[in-house]
Design a protein around this ligand. Structure first.
Ligand code: PLP
Ligand code: COI
Length: 354
């Protein structure tokens, strides 16, 4: 399929790297493609970034039939553009699509479209360590219809955004708050899909955490409210007695691509990795007996984010000395080394955009 390209009359200006936060500095163009039952995915195009026009009855606005992805492009010291595990993101998007009754994408087609879009927006890729071009592929249901069913028409689009750190804390340890009165997702629901509903379900607890001075919520399992699942925008890892421990993919956790990467690196380095159920009580006990040495989150936006404090009701634990832990640093350095092209891509995670 040929991609029709319509360019902006005048390009915008990327903010200075030091001024970049997360999620506001959108680039000049976006990729868009439509779906209908008779034509399938059709009319792929790159056009100026602009508002969409759609019916107020569009099904996505009422019933949340929407999925998205998050990945990044990086600039290397020799000025190459690198995508990190982009095909894995589109494969996950297709799994989310199946879960939400959305037609799947042709991964080769969307990879080609993404590379063309990123190349066109090359000037929006910042260069400093910790900055990158965030990529947000999205699919929304567009039928103007108020009955509850799956839509017959959809829109797929990719928008791009120059970003810095996701958390105001940067790479300094963040504080997280364990939700006791809210759940994010339940097994056999949509928790393992990257769909809007999971984030809508997280907002109330998120606002509560923020009011209490915490960066994000740490979710427990919805049935027993006992086992740790993940954080609002990242998966979670603990180092207990030198072992790397993370919750197993229970069906209600997002299977993070950074999570898989951390596990792969850890195994390669000879660390013992355990994907299993971890109760919140185990974490408090391990903190009390000194066997819990580090906690960190992993995610595309969050990269590797050390966790310095966990609050669970009236109980609070502090991890480390207020500085990122040694192993968290090692994961951060190894991952960003590969992403920014400073280290060899021994795992075959990189696709260069030419
Ligand atoms: N969990 C949630 C709820 C997320 O939103 C994210 C971010 O995408 C992650 C985990 C981490 O996933 P990934 O490493 O694929 O970015
Ligand atoms: C990501 O890390 O890509 C995310 O999607 C997290 C968040 C911004 C929703």
């Amino acid at each position: 399929m040929d991609i029709k390209v319509t360019r902006v009359a005048k390009t915008g200006t990327r903010p200075k790297d030091a001024d970049l936060g997360f999620g506001t500095a959108f680039t000049d163009h976006m990729f868009v493609m439509d779906y209908s039952v008779d034509k399938g995915w059709h009319d792929p195009r790159i056009e100026p970034y602009a508002d969409f026009s759609m019916s107020p009855a569009a099904m996505v606005l009422h019933y949340g039939q929407a999925i998205f992805e998050g990945l990044k492009a990086y600039k290397t010291p020799d000025n190459k553009i690198q995508l990190f595990r982009a095909r894995d993101n589109f494969a996950r998007m297709n799994r989310s699509a199946k879960g939400l009754c959305i037609p799947e994408l042709d991964i080769d087609l969307v990879m080609g479209a993404l590379k063309q879009l990123v190349k066109l927006e090359e000037n929006w890729i910042p260069e400093t360590l910790g900055t990158s071009l965030y990529i947000r592929p999205t699919i929304i249901a567009t039928d103007p219809f108020l009955g509850v069913r799956s839509s017959f028409t959809f829109k797929f689009y990719i928008i791009l955004c120059s970003v810095g750190a996701y958390y105001a804390e940067g790479f300094n340890p963040v504080k997280i708050w364990v939700a006791k009165d809210h759940v994010r997702a339940v097994r056999r629901g949509v928790g393992e899909f990257k769909t809007a509903a999971n984030y809508a379900a997280s907002l109330s607890a998120g606002e509560h955490a923020k009011k209490e001075g915490y960066a994000q919520v740490l979710w427990l399992d919805a049935l027993e409210m006992k086992y740790i699942e993940e954080v609002g925008a990242m998966n979670i890892f603990f180092i207990i007695k030198g072992e790397l421990v993370t919750p197993n993919l229970s069906g209600s956790i997002l299977p993070g691509i950074t999570r898989y990467s951390v596990i792969d690196l850890a195994k390669k380095w000879g660390m013992t990795v355990s994907e299993r159920k971890i109760s919140i009580d185990e974490i408090f006990t391990a903190s009390e007996d000194g066997s819990l040495t580090e906690v960190f989150g992993s995610g595309t936006a969050a990269v590797i984010s050390p966790v310095g404090e966990i609050r669970y009701g009236d109980r609070v634990i502090n991890i480390g000395d207020g500085m990122p832990g040694k192993t968290s640093m090692k994961f951060y350095d190894a991952l960003t080394g590969i992403q920014y092209g400073k280290e060899q891509d021994t795992e075959n995670w990189i696709e260069v955009v030419e």
